[in-house]
Ligand binder design. Structure first.
Ligand code: CA
Length: 476
């Protein structure tokens, strides 16, 4: 049979017109025997193209498919589907980076809030002990000079922010441990202390019409907050914005600068040509600071940015024109990174500002036991020229600013209707309680400073950059 088949095949192959079109396949069948298959086109279909048998075509198709798959897996060239895959991967990486960055910011914020919670718990404990101490103290006989004080207690001014407004008046021993000479110890329930409480709710005197709103003077009233810009990202929940009162080339006097201060890598300083560009959100300059910034206490003066280096008591003067550090110095004994912040926390240990008399630092130290220390600094060398130790507990006030050598403290950072509750005059080394209304429109004010260039207050309230007009009266 096989011989006959071979003979037939030979005969067929010898036919001229079909010789080059006959095909032979061979392979094993299921039982393992060798199987031969002939394929010969009919004469009427000889013109049909035939480049290979159906099995070869199938193999070719499968091979092509495999090649495509291998090429995709190895990321061969960038065209076609491979290019789309590469783009997908890039977008995926970008999304991952963005999410990681936001996660880091939120972690930093969580740490800060935890620290703030600890601080509040500490303060609660201090208040509890203080209350205990007062309870155990024999009740002093009321002197005729001290009238009963229901109006004070019933007054809306004393609640609910009353605790924080009064807490700065808590008696604190001076360096020698003797608290008898302290002026603002309202909790001693003595006539002197009462006078201070009374002063706190005294009506603000009407402004003297003869005074101009230029030059030095005491703050008589603070205007409504005016919103200029809202930060776009979580990094701008807290921040600092400022203007140089004595700007230096190449930057003009209208230049506004801004730092968003949430995050562990705060070093970007944005510059805007003027207020309008800030409002539009178009910075004309972005400087990368060589050292990380701590919190919202930075300020600008004579062409330099002054700021506290992260996790240190080092002050840095960064020259804007040369974009380099011009001076660096430790602020002696200053607390940092949460030792003595303002009441809202945020590592606001060192608060720098500028007024008519130059550069100031507001901070505290272990030596001052948490009370606000004011130091005037040499703007070139950052050396302390002179210091004043006040009796105001730094963590009992929301923020502070200095105008004409006088420190003003703000009672609350969250209350929409709070007050400026204390003034300390460095000229006389005297302090007194006041009650000048102040609004926290967005209920989380993380920075308040005097802007000498515009004679306004600049503040950063819960993502919002706001300013306040000031009315200054006769200087006392
Ligand atoms: Ca401040």
């Amino acid at each position: 049979m096989l011989v006959l088949l071979l003979l037939c095949t030979s005969g067929l192959l010898l036919r001229g017109d079909a010789q080059d079109r006959a095909a032979l396949w061979r392979g094993n069948d299921r039982s393992g025997r060798c199987q031969y298959t002939f394929s010969v086109p009919s004469p009427t279909e000889a013109s049909c193209p035939q480049t290979g048998g159906p099995e070869v075509e199938g193999l070719k198709a499968r091979l092509s498919l495999l090649e495509v798959l291998v090429s995709r897996l190895t990321g061969g060239d960038t065209g076609g589907p491979q290019g789309a895959t590469a783009r997908d991967q890039t977008e995926l990486h970008q999304s991952l980076n963005r999410v990681t960055g936001e996660r880091n910011l939120l972690q930093g914020e969580k740490e800060r809030l935890e620290q703030e919670l600890e601080g509040l718990q500490r303060r609660m404990e201090e208040m509890r002990r203080e209350t205990e101490r007062l309870r155990n103290k024999p009740c002093p006989l009321q002197t005729p000079a001290v009238p009963p004080s229901p109006p004070l207690q019933d007054s809306g001014l004393t609640k609910p922010a009353g605790g924080s407004r009064l807490s700065h008046l808590i008696a604190r021993p001076n360096r020698q441990g003797d608290s008898s000479s302290l002026r603002d110890s309202a909790w001693q329930i003595e006539p002197q202390g009462f006078q201070e409480l009374k002063a706190e709710v005294t009506e603000v005197p009407a402004p003297d019409g003869s005074e101009e709103n230029t030059g030095c003077g005491d703050v008589v009233s603070v205007g409504e907050p005016v919103t200029h810009r809202k930060a776009d990202t979580i990094a701008g929940k807290y921040g600092v914005w400022m203007q140089d009162p004595e700007a230096v080339s190449p930057y003009g006097p209208n230049m506004i600068w801004r730092i968003d201060t949430i995050g562990s890598d705060v070093r970007q300083l944005y510059g805007y040509e003027n207020m309008e560009q800030l409002t539009k959100g178009f910075p004309s300059k972005v400087l990368l600071l060589p050292e990380l910034v701590e919190s919202t206490g930075s300020t600008l003066y004579r062409g330099s940015l002054y700021y506290q280096r992260r996790r240190s008591r080092s002050l840095i003067r960064f020259d804007l024109a040369s974009e380099s550090i011009a001076a660096r110095r430790e602020l002696p004994h200053a607390g940092f990174h949460g030792q003595f912040p303002y009441s809202w926390g945020g590592y606001t240990d060192i608060d720098l500002s500028v007024d008519e008399q130059g550069l100031w630092a507001v901070y505290s130290s272990s030596k001052a036991k948490g009370a606000i220390v004011i130091s005037q600094l040499d703007p070139n060398s950052l050396e302390v020229k002179r210091s004043w130790e006040t009796n105001i507990r730094k963590n009992s006030v929301a923020n502070s600013f200095i105008i004409c050598g006088k420190l003003y403290t703000v009672a609350s950072y969250t209350s929409p209707d709070t007050i400026i509750n204390y003034i300390y005059d460095t000229r006389t080394s005297q302090g007194k309680s006041v009650a000048i209304p102040f609004k926290n429109k967005y209920r989380y004010n993380s920075m308040i400073d005097y802007n000498l260039a515009q004679r306004k207050l600049f503040a950063w309230d819960n993502f919002h950059m706001v300013s306040y007009d000031l009315r200054l009266g006769r200087q006392e």
